[in-house]
Write a protein that binds this ligand. Sequence first.
Ligand SMILES: [Fe+2]
Ligand SMILES: [Fe+2]
Length: 211
Amino acid sequence: MRQLNPLDQLLADAQNALGTVFGRPDAVRANPAGDRADVVLDDEERRHAAGLMRINHVGEVCAQALYVGQAAVARDPVTRAALLAAAAEETDHLAWCADRLGELDARPSLLNPVWYAGSYAIGLLAGLRGDGWNLGFVVETERQVEAHLHEHLEQLPAADLRSRAILETMKADEARHADHAEAQGARLLPQPVPAVMAMASNLMKAIAYRI
Ligand SMILES: [Fe+2]
Ligand SMILES: [Fe+2]
């Protein structure tokens, strides 16, 4: 991988930020909702499904920002490449959630620039602690997201087959991302780091459900 100078790095990160927050990223893999029926939901169900999918979309905006931030300061080129590869796979999730929001007649969170900036800063901080921490942070993030997707699969309206198919595939991907980071030598993060991460994500979820 080419070594970027700091200005190139900053420009590449800015481009990712703008593309994630304001662009319409393309998925590499086909949308797992495929030809599952788009069952008509009643108004309350549709609003609920849209709130959940908005949270998941924000989660993927945050994943992009975290990984790009972490990669910006990763010391080992192998770790950096792994982080950027994970970010690329998260782009599929981002695109699928955006597609489903559109189908549900809903828009992404208005606060996406804020979510992105905050997560990028957290990614930089995690990355500056060194690569063991960097990978440990990936493991903790992915495990928390996996558990959260499990909850959303239970909370989605039963008839929302399309959102369900997307979240099932995402959940399997996140589990694999965590396993992969563990295998690369992740450190176990000490408390209160995981607890603070869970608190921050609960706050994000409460807000993103609505705006
Ligand atoms: Fe994801
Ligand atoms: Fe992931």
